[in-house]
Design a protein around this ligand. Structure first.
Ligand code: SAM
Length: 174
């Protein structure tokens, strides 16, 4: 099996086919870019953004990969101006002040795929700080009145290790 497929979150893979195949996917706070790399391998343009893009150096010459090194948590605010994306993918990252900008960055017909740790995870390990744990219904509230919810869960998963997560897949009407 391809490494990107092994590394990817099952939640992101589950909704991957619903992502419009034109336009650009944004992998936000992407780390090594496991999800952006998956969409890149499917022939999609991908913008990878992280405060440290050292792990993406192998993509520097890939025409369909755009790399942006930016800190999302400064007073400078959202670094992508009014750009719109066919999908915005956020996994294992939370900075509440930019949730409105993340939702606004979804193009008509585009998807938000978001999955990160949630309240309840503090019983199992890091993150334990409530600043980094989604509250019950928080992602539903973030998209309310703007995106149509395709799927949402707040649950404990036990494999490969116990954790509590929340995830959402939601689409902006065309
Ligand atoms: C736990 S990793 C998740 C990486 C990736 N999304 C994944 O699931 O594989 C969190 C990522 O958020 C990035 N990050 C943390 N604070 C950030 C900030 N202020 N601005 C941009 N990226 C940040 C880190 O550099 C790291 O790559």
């Amino acid at each position: 099996m391809h490494k990107n497929l092994v590394d990817a979150s099952p939640w992101i893979l589950r909704f991957a086919d619903a992502v419009p195949d034109k336009g650009t996917v944004l992998d936000l706070a992407c780390g090594g870019g496991r999800h952006g790399r998956f969409f890149l391998a499917r022939g999609q343009k991908v913008l990878f953004l992280d405060r440290d893009i050292a792990a993406l150096s192998d993509l520097a010459e890939t025409p369909s990969a755009e790399l942006i090194e930016a800190d999302l948590e400064t007073d400078a605010g959202w670094p992508l101006a009014d750009r719109l994306f066919e999908a915005v993918i956020v996994t294992n990252y939370l900075w509440r002040p930019i949730l409105p900008q993340i939702v606004s960055a979804i193009a008509p017909g585009g998807l938000l795929l978001y999955e990160t740790f949630a309240l309840g995870n503090e019983a199992f390990g890091r993150p334990r700080n409530p600043n980094f744990l989604l509250k019950a219904g928080e992602l539903l509230e973030a998209v309310s009145g703007q995106l149509e919810v395709l799927g949402y869960e707040h649950l404990q998963l036990d494999t490969p290790s116990p954790r509590v997560i929340q995830h959402i897949a939601a689409r902006r009407p065309s």
